[in-house]
Design a protein around this ligand. Structure first.
Ligand SMILES: [Fe+2]
Length: 444
């Protein structure tokens, strides 16, 4: 049994099963067993439901959670809109000035936060986006760096967040319990659930995607069969853990791209029990089972999809996805008579690639670097990479030795916020990789 006023410093406990009907209680009998809203809930707790989907969506896609808490989340203190000086300075939901350029871009890592005053919320820096959270269409890509624990609590009404730390660890306390993720892991935080991030190992840096509609789903396996890719049992959800603290707590909400705050009279982390499928999760990308060709040519990178979300939220099969979260892990390439590096291509999607881990200490792609390829924009390997690919022997070879690259693909034509296009983090020499190719020889 979890101690009722435990200070959350120990390693979190988890339960497993993405999309499962999960249940957890921090006090015996706190979870009603036969109904959701008894006249008097056990221990006099308040029952509160959070719907992640519309009431009548197909049962397979319905997400909801019932919370049993010491006090209702509603209270009598109004929210006030945060001024420009109070709101997180670079966490944006406005893409009216975002620019969709026709060329590939590469960026060097963000400088780690320093000075000890930047919490995760102030440390979010929106990179690109499309759509509008007010009409529940679109998505955004963010970077973050922070070096201070959040003393406040945040709820993102606008979208589900997927956080991928590249440096340092995120300790995420949510209404449903605690998660902790480090480099190579991701955290999925459904919209509307309140959370607070602290930094057990100091400064952090990482990447995030935000879905304004729908939720992160496991892709169908199709002809692959019943196994492989990301497995439901490798996704970990929190267990209920609560505190009974009647002290003022600042709660910040992002709603319609606007930040609001109030001071609640108590901690929102007072959920003693819960059940449902609308929950935060963590996943270790190293548990992803990669697929690839064992004969010749390349499969499409969609075989490396960890999580996905269709553009319209729930209807699969169009191939037009608001986001595909892919991972490129070390894996074997045994293909014969095949140009093994990524072939030159243009995709009907944007591609955002981020280096989460690399054993290399030199080169243009250190850990934390990232690139952006706009919609249907030509891209491929450099002339050096092309020459090496043409000459490479056919013997089986491991594609890397310790790299983890994360990819966000989106059918939305995301634009980059102007502050990035001319920033010092952008690699102005990047395009020079794409000259000097040995040209085709019609006479050979
Ligand atoms: Fe690509």
């Amino acid at each position: 049994m979890t101690d009722p006023n435990q200070t959350p410093s120990s390693t979190p406990e988890y339960q497993i099963g993405y999309g499962s009907a999960l249940r957890s209680e921090a006090r015996p009998g706190a979870l009603p067993t036969d109904q959701n809203a008894p006249k008097r809930a056990p221990y006099g707790l308040f029952a509160e439901q959070i719907n992640g989907t519309g009431f009548t969506v197909e049962r397979a896609h319905n997400l909801r959670v019932w919370l049993y808490r010491l006090r209702p989340a509603i209270h009598d203190r109004p929210f006030a809109r945060m001024t420009a000086g109070e709101a997180p300075p670079h966490f944006s939901g406005d893409f009216s000035e975002a620019v969709s350029t026709p060329e590939v871009q590469r960026y060097q890592p963000l400088a780690l936060a320093s000075g000890g005053s930047t919490d995760w919320l102030d440390g979010v820096q929106t990179f690109a986006g499309a759509g509008d959270p007010r009409i529940r269409r679109g998505m955004a890509i963010h970077l973050f760096t922070a070096d201070a624990d959040m003393q406040r609590v945040f709820a993102n009404i606008d979208g589900d967040l997927l956080l991928a730390p590249e440096h340092g660890r995120l300790h995420i306390r949510t209404e449903l319990g605690r998660l902790e993720v480090g480099p190579g892991e991701v955290a999925i935080l459904p919209r509307g659930i309140r959370f607070q991030i602290t930094l057990p190992e100091g400064p952090v840096r990482g990447f995030a995607s935000e879905l304004f509609d729908g939720h992160y789903l496991l892709p169908e396996r199709g002809l692959i069969g019943a196994n492989g890719l990301a497995d439901e049992r490798h996704f970990e959800a929190p267990v209920a853990e609560y505190e009974d603290v009647a002290e003022d707590t600042v709660i910040v909400v992002k709603q319609g791209g606007v930040f609001w705050q109030t001071t609640a009279p108590n901690s929102p982390f007072d959920v003693v029990a819960w059940h449902g499928s609308y929950a935060p999760f963590k996943y270790d990308l190293r548990k992803f089972m990669s697929y690839g060709s064992v004969s010749w040519d390349h499969p499409d990178p969609s075989v490396l999809t960890v999580l996905t979300c269709p553009m319209d939220g729930n209807t699969r099969g169009s191939g037009r996805n608001a986001v595909d979260v892919g991972v490129f892990m070390p894996r074997w390439d045994p293909t014969e008579h095949t140009f093994r590096p990524p072939y030159f291509h243009r995709n009907s999607a944007i591609e955002f690639n981020a280096v989460i881990q690399t054993p290399r200490t030199k080169g243009a792609y250190p850990s934390g670097a990232f690139s952006f390829t706009p919609y249907l924009t030509p891209h491929g390997v450099s002339h050096v990479g092309h020459a090496a690919g043409v000459e490479a022997p056919d013997e089986p070879r491991k594609t890397s030795t310790g790299d983890i690259w994360l990819q966000f693909e989106s059918t939305y034509s995301l634009g980059v916020l102007p502050r990035w296009l001319g920033s010092e983090r952008r690699d102005g020499e990047f395009l020079q990789n794409f000259t000097g190719y040995a040209e085709g020889e019609l006479t050979s």
